[in-house]
Design a protein around this ligand. Structure first.
Ligand code: PGA
Length: 218
């Protein structure tokens, strides 16, 4: 099973999100649907729309790009794991943009992982390298070197495999690579048995490009 995780980040409005999902679902998934788990991570407001549109496609899942540090309660403006349960199947936690712009550190990130687990949302924990500590019992880890994010400087397979060694992940951890993954370069990662999937940001904004990355799993 390969994973293709699209992180829209803070992009798109309602019309654009509708257009994206209509275009994406018009493509042919017959050849890939048994071998791929697609996870689309839109901004929070579009999660219900995408969820409703994709229920007929068991291989397409919806993820959030974060969850609140709080589980629920008087925290105006927060989107909690509790609110997301039943809507998001996965949650990206610890993305380098959250660590950098919102100063999220390990303790907070580990609490978020706990909240996600409590509501059956599977955390996808992002690390920038071996110095980012991993939460206990994490099942999905995405290696996203800062130098590769949004730069066009996608990392080499060799570097990624070196980093996987250094991270000393328990067996059966799902190991994802993210950072300037495109329809042109996705295949070199996806053919490697050691790399379980890719996490494109920019290239997930265009439904056709994202579909081509999904096709690169075969
Ligand atoms: P990018 O983003 O594909 O645009 O480099 C990846 C990410 O930040 O998850």
């Amino acid at each position: 099973m390969k994973y293709v995780i699209g992180n829209w980040k803070a992009n798109k409005n309602l019309d654009e999100a509708k257009h994206w999902i209509n275009a994406f679902l018009s493509f042919d998934f017959k050849l890939v649907q048994n071998n791929v788990t697609i996870i689309i991570c839109p901004p929070y407001p579009f999660i219900p729309l995408l969820k409703e549109n994709t229920v007929r496609f068991p291989f397409i899942n919806i993820g959030s790009q974060d969850v609140s540090l709080y589980y629920q309660g008087s925290y105006t403006g927060e989107v909690t794991a509790h609110s997301l349960s039943g809507l998001a199947d996965y949650a990206i936690i610890g993305h380098s943009e959250r660590r950098e712009h919102f100063k999220e550190a390990n303790q907070a990130l580990f609490s978020k992982v706990e909240h996600a687990n409590k509501t059956n949302i599977k955390p996808i924990f992002c690390v920038r390298g071996e110095n980012d500590e991993l939460p206990r019992d994490i099942r999905i880890v995405a290696y996203e070197p800062v130098s590769a994010i949004g730069t066009g400087q996608n990392d080499s397979v060799d570097n990624i495999l070196d980093m996987k060694e250094k991270l000393k992940l328990p067996e059966n951890t799902i190991f994802i690579y993210g950072g300037s993954v495109t329809e042109e370069n996705a295949h070199q990662y996806l053919i490697r048995p050691e790399i379980d999937g890719v996490l494109p940001g920019g290239a997930s904004l265009d439904p056709h490009q994202f579909y081509n990355i999904v096709l690169s799993t075969i």
